[in-house]
Design a protein around this ligand. Structure first.
Ligand code: GRF
Length: 189
């Protein structure tokens, strides 16, 4: 059995997509979704999907080993950040080396780093007159968006694209590729 723990701070459409993708896979267990936002829509999705949803605050994440100890109980084979906006603390990186992955909605190292998430990324891509953008799935280290790249998938950006139309293209790539890359990393099909 391969155990996955997901982290999310917002809507959780990627979380829902990943849960659906592995729903019929008896080798994969989605242990829980952890969030740092009490009002995150991802918690509503967990209720609907009948997936464990756990909220934690800054103290539990940065000032104590609370989240670390909870994670250890799941014995995760992969920790997946799917729209999680906080930097990962050293204790998690040290305890789960090369087991934490993130998806970023741009072609890192471009348009990454603190504050570069969601619409801000697509607005920057548009403002920069980029002719392409895409997704980056990467390992997580102690800095935002700097770990080793696992997979990048590109899409074109045309002059009549808007940040919203770019976001739509990016979400389509995320939904298609993120679960497949997770399955490859876990060596399950
Ligand atoms: C996605 O665009 C992902 O690339 C980024 O955060 C967003 C999460 O969207 N890391 P959702 O919450 O999964 O809808």
């Amino acid at each position: 059995m391969k155990n996955i723990v997901l982290f999310a701070s917002g809507s959780g459409s990627n979380v829902e997509n990943i849960v659906h993708y592995f729903q019929e896979n008896s080798e994969v267990n989605i242990c829980a979704v952890l969030t740092n936002k009490t009002q995150a829509k991802v918690l509503d999705r967990c209720n609907k999907l009948k997936i464990n949803g756990l909220y934690f605050n800054r103290n539990a994440f940065y000032e104590s080993d609370c989240v670390l100890e909870i994670l250890k109980t799941f014995k995760p084979d992969l920790i997946v950040l799917a729209g999680f906006l906080w930097k990962i603390p050293e204790n998690l990186i040290a305890n789960f080396p090369d087991k934490i992955v993130n998806i970023h909605p741009a072609l890192l190292p471009k348009f990454g780093g603190k504050g570069m998430y969601g619409k801000y990324v697509h607005e920057a891509v548009k403002a920069n007159n980029e002719t392409e953008t895409g997704i980056t799935i990467h390992y997580v280290n102690e800095n935002y968006d700097e770990g080793a790249v696992i997979r990048q998938v590109k899409t074109s950006v045309s002059l009549d694209d808007t940040p919203d139309s770019i976001a739509k293209k990016i979400h389509e790539l995320e939904y298609e590729y993120f679960p497949k890359v997770i399955a490859q990393l876990l060596e399950v099909e």
